[in-house]
Write a protein that binds this ligand. Structure first.
Ligand SMILES: [Zn+2]
Length: 230
């Protein structure tokens, strides 16, 4: 009886408020056309998965950080989805992002999920947080925590409001990030295998600086997991 009512309510809501794909605006009127309640399956098909999860660590081995993983290539509908999520004030799109990540993660045979003790989101400076009203990496970590069955530890503070990285060279990006983070709860990461969560990695300057601080705080292993690689 309740499921019938729920079904009827859903049908009514769909008629009153038809859902459209957030990317191409096509009507999500048929189950087959929808990836979920926010994206159509055609847009999702155009998203390029990276091969990073299937590569060995050594390809991405960098001294302060043990590995960098990204699930999709930051281009086309992936780029658009991130922009709508971050700058278009649509925090609920995190559901789609994590569902897309789960698609890639389940294909990865690596034991790295088993070897992860906790997820640490890259923090946002309070000034940026006030502007955006949410931290995209924190929402991502909270949602991934349910999928991966790992706890979230908010182990870092953002101590410097770094200017936008977009116009900077790789070297300047690393300099720009120096001193951007401090450790909030060193005891929570000491001796732990940490999975650092960010939405996009490009030069990985942000992730590397955050990893360095986590390592200084005593983390045994720090690996980065991002939705997309720029
Ligand atoms: Zn679409």
């Amino acid at each position: 009886m309740f499921s019938m009512l729920r079904h009827a309510k859903k049908m009514l809501m769909d008629i009153l408020f038809p859902r459209n794909c957030h990317l191409c605006l096509r009507l999500l009127d048929k189950e087959a056309a929808a990836f979920d309640g926010f994206l159509c399956s055609d847009c999702v098909k155009k998203m390029a998965k990276t091969q990073v999860l299937r590569q060995s660590f050594s390809a991405f081995k960098i001294p302060v950080c043990d590995a960098v993983y990204a699930c999709y290539v930051y281009d086309g509908p992936v780029k658009e989805l991130i922009h709508k999520y971050k700058y278009g004030n649509r925090p609920y799109l995190v559901k789609s992002i994590v569902a897309l990540m789960a698609d890639v993660l389940k294909e990865a045979q690596d034991a790295f999920l088993k070897e992860t003790d906790c997820l640490v989101p890259v923090p946002l400076h309070p000034v940026r947080f006030r502007e955006r009203e949410f931290n995209q990496s924190e929402l991502l970590a909270d949602r991934l925590s349910q999928t991966l069955q790992k706890p979230v530890v908010r182990a870092l503070n953002r101590t410097k409001n770094t200017p936008s990285q977009v116009s900077l060279s790789k070297r300047n990006r690393l300099d720009n990030m120096k001193g951007a983070f401090s450790s909030k709860t060193p005891s929570a990461v000491e001796g732990k295998n940490v999975l650092l969560i960010d939405d996009v990695v490009t030069t990985a300057a942000t992730a590397l600086e955050a990893s360095r601080v986590l390592k200084d705080a005593g983390a045994r292993c720090v690996r980065v997991l991002a939705f997309a690689k720029g």
